[in-house]
Design a protein around this ligand. Structure first.
Ligand code: GLV
Length: 360
């Protein structure tokens, strides 16, 4: 039962001061130093690199939701943030007015261990003068690599193929069995051209892609020139792409923008890939497009909700490959993300520029 495990873990909350401080200081000095430390709540077990940075800073005492299996329950979170100076969170925690009110006026810094920030109410943070750190760039390579893997798994039907091989579907060699669509001579469309879109295109180019096209709120000539990509309208992106990758942030403008309208303009042979946020896709429309053959396949690393219930209709489709939001999940990247999140938090508390700070 996870309940008993969680309550056990609750006992493991850690308040940390640097070890050398304890070694060298008198009890009184320790008391003084402890009380001058900033209070931090960490909403998830983060990789040790990040925790070590917090511990060795001598600047903070932190408490941690020490479970990897379940997110901190909202009620517990609202209790735990009371009076903290900073919060280190991940993308499962909604940082909104209710939480900021519960934290109170001491809260100066929110540092999220994610590149996405759709879980943060930026307006509320800005209103309260709270600074926000996030973790772009360190995960670009990992996300681009996973996107390429997902694209190939979907277009070349790898998941279906391993299933057939394992379950007796592998008969004699057949000429059109498990055929997919190849990247050579294709047009790849990128919806939302940023660092990650560029990194995906750089990795796909050696597969002999014929043309990269992209759309965004406006042309991005500097980034586009790196991959020789042409700026097109959303309509054209849909019509021309053999592979269409959503790489945009989730905002009110992009919410469910990949919908019936887009899918109905795509080629029947096209593959849709999403490693951004599930919220940019209208999932019922995607299901219809996939089940009626409007498009050939979809690879999703992100869904709404997460986890996607195992009885969700998308799981019944052979032409839909679904991953459990693992795009940045490499050991080195997750360690770097935790280090960056910890350093952003410490710099924010010192009223110094963060390494990666959101401009509110
Ligand atoms: C992952 O999805 C992230 O936002 O870092």
């Amino acid at each position: 039962m996870w309940c008993s495990r969680v309550s056990l873990r609750r006992l493991q909350h850690i308040a940390v001061a640097p070890l050398n401080l304890f070694r060298n200081a008198t009890a009184g000095a320790v008391q003084r130093n402890m009380s001058s430390m900033s209070k931090v709540y960490v909403t998830r077990q983060i990789p040790p690199v990040g925790l070590k940075i917090l511990q060795e800073s001598g600047q903070v005492q932190y408490e941690l939701w020490d479970s990897d299996d379940v997110p901190v329950p909202r009620k517990e979170l609202l209790q735990k943030v009371k009076g903290v100076d900073a919060l280190l969170c991940v993308l499962t925690e909604k940082i909104d007015a209710e939480l900021l009110d519960a934290a109170g006026p001491n809260l100066k810094v929110v540092s999220t261990m994610s590149v996405g920030f759709d879980h943060l109410s930026l307006e509320e943070l800005k209103k309260r003068g709270i600074r926000v750190g996030y973790t772009p760039e360190v995960l670009t390579d990992a996300v681009a690599e996973l996107t390429v893997a997902l694209l190939l798994a979907t277009s070349r039907r790898l998941i279906e193929a391993t299933h057939e091989a394992k379950t007796g579907g592998w008969g004699t060699w057949r000429t059109l069995w498990l055929c997919g669509h190849e990247l050579a001579n294709s047009t790849v469309g990128i919806f939302g051209l940023g660092r990650i879109g560029v990194a995906i295109a750089e990795r796909l180019a050696p597969f002999k892609v014929k043309k990269f096209i992209y759309t965004d709120v406006e042309p991005r000539p500097e980034l586009a020139s790196l991959i020789n990509a042409e700026y097109v309208s959303m309509d054209e992106l849909a019509k021309r792409s053999d592979f269409l990758a959503a790489c945009c942030a989730l905002t009110p403008e992009t919410k469910e923008i990949c919908n019936k309208d887009l899918f109905s303009k795509m080629k029947k042979t096209s593959i849709f890939i999403n490693t951004s946020r599930g919220g940019v896709v209208h999932q019922e429309d995607l299901y219809d497009a996939l089940s009626t053959g409007q498009i050939a396949g979809a690879g999703l690393d992100v869904t709404v909700p997460e986890p996607l219930p195992t009885d969700h209709p998308l799981f019944t489709l052979k032409n839909c490959v679904i991953l459990p939001h693992i795009a940045s999940a490499s050991y080195s990247t997750r360690n770097e993300m935790s280090a960056l999140a910890a350093n952003n938090l410490l710099l924010g508390l010192r009223a110094k520029p963060m390494i990666k700070e959101l401009k509110l």
